[in-house]
Design a binder for this molecule. Structure first.
Ligand code: ZN
Length: 380
């Protein structure tokens, strides 16, 4: 008999006559040791993740029918029912909450301080016991919280579903981009098999990106507690990653099927599905610091013409794009070259070809941390 069950969580109503809900698919024996959690569409206008989940459901259904699921696997196919309803002027705008303009993948609950307070006299000398204690405490803290509004309730529910997971994959995409992965620094190189299996040409590492995206709300607890309590063994027990499935328009069955298969093999190798996955392919590139990413910004208004595409390797000082202002006097003034301040890999460019001063045109992954970056390492 199959193990698949479906649960529905209703979010608190934000307006009269309107309620939204979250569909959650569970596979596997619910008391199994390992738990993997995968969600798509926290940024609700990022389509590729939904199609990867569609193909993952086929793969897991088949594995389930063959009695091969060996852990717990939780799928949230549409993680942001609020964002997916935000249509304006013929466009789905699922990145920022219309209600307060907060990015749906920022400011997720940071439980570290509360957990630390509750476990400080109870930690022991066995990693497994500490992991169980911390997970139980995190769940109790979440259970005692009363989220004040619909978006907070959504973030709360998503964390409740994943805070005890060993693997968390949050599926996103960028504008026009290479496959890339964001991970916590302490998870590397243990998580190199994820980047390698996905064929991610860029992996970006940070201990704290400064804005608590969802993956960090799940993963960062572990290394922050390990730093606070150096006398007790606390492993980085949750491999939480943000997986950027290329660009917004990179939606095809062939590619999504392959991405789903890669995630399936990654989980199989990690013991969640019986059977043997093929050998891990070689890692395309060693991980780089998130602090080493240059957000190449437009210095002036105009129309952007890119001279480099995602995947280009560039040197410091190379021209990545030109901003053309047809109103300027003289041919030499009509073009403003925009140069990279770092040597690295261009992994994302904006799809919009209009620039205003300060707008991010491209992202370039360098090897060297950029000191002047400040606390917030992610784009708005
Ligand atoms: Zn996103």
């Amino acid at each position: 008999m199959g193990t698949k069950t479906i649960k529905q969580y209703t979010l608190p109503s934000a307006s009269l006559g309107n309620t939204r809900s979250l569909k959650v698919i569970h596979y596997g024996n619910q008391i199994a040791k390992g738990k993997a959690y995968i969600q798509a569409g926290l940024h609700a206008d990022e389509a590729p993740g939904f199609i990867v989940i569609h193909h993952l459901i086929d793969l897991f259904d088949q594995a389930d029918a063959e009695n091969k699921i060996d852990g717990r696997i939780v799928l949230v196919p549409v993680a942001n029912p609020i964002g997916v309803s935000q249509w304006r002027d013929e466009q789905l705008q699922g990145r920022f909450n219309f209600f307060d303009s907060i990015n749906f993948n920022r400011r997720h609950p940071d439980l570290t301080a509360q957990i630390a307070d509750q476990v400080k006299n109870r930690l022991g000398s066995t990693p497994q016991d500490n992991v169980a204690l911390i997970r139980g405490t995190a769940k109790n803290i979440l259970a005692s919280m009363a989220p004040p509004d619909e978006a907070a309730a959504l973030k709360h529910q998503l964390l409740l579903l994943s805070v005890d997971a060993d693997i968390v994959l949050d599926l996103h995409c960028d504008y026009q981009a290479l496959m890339h992965v964001y991970l916590g620094t302490p998870l590397w190189p243990d998580a190199a098999d994820l980047s390698a299996q996905l064929g991610a040409e860029v992996t970006l590492l940070a201990e704290d990106s400064g804005v608590t995206p969802y993956d960090e709300a799940c993963g960062r607890i572990w290394w922050q507690l390990a730093q606070k309590f150096p006398d007790h063994p606390i492993p980085p027990a949750c491999l939480a990653a943000t997986v950027e499935l290329r660009g917004m328009a990179d939606v095809s069955h062939a590619q999504a099927q392959q991405d789903a298969q890669n995630i399936f093999w990654f989980l199989q190798r990690r013991g969640f599905i019986k059977g043997d996955a093929p050998e891990v392919p070689p890692l395309p590139n060693e991980a780089r610091p998130l602090r080493g990413v240059e957000h190449l910004k437009a210095p002036a208004p105009g129309v952007v013409v890119f001279l480099k595409a995602p995947g280009a390797r560039v040197n410091k000082g190379e021209v990545i794009a030109e901003i053309v202002n047809p109103l300027a006097d003289g041919p030499e003034n009509r073009i403003i070259p925009v140069k990279s301040a770092v040597s690295g890999i261009v992994f994302s460019i904006n799809t919009d070809r209009y620039a205003r001063p300060g707008r991010i045109l491209a992202k370039i992954a360098g090897r060297v941390p950029i000191k002047e970056k400040g606390q917030d390492l992610l784009s708005p």
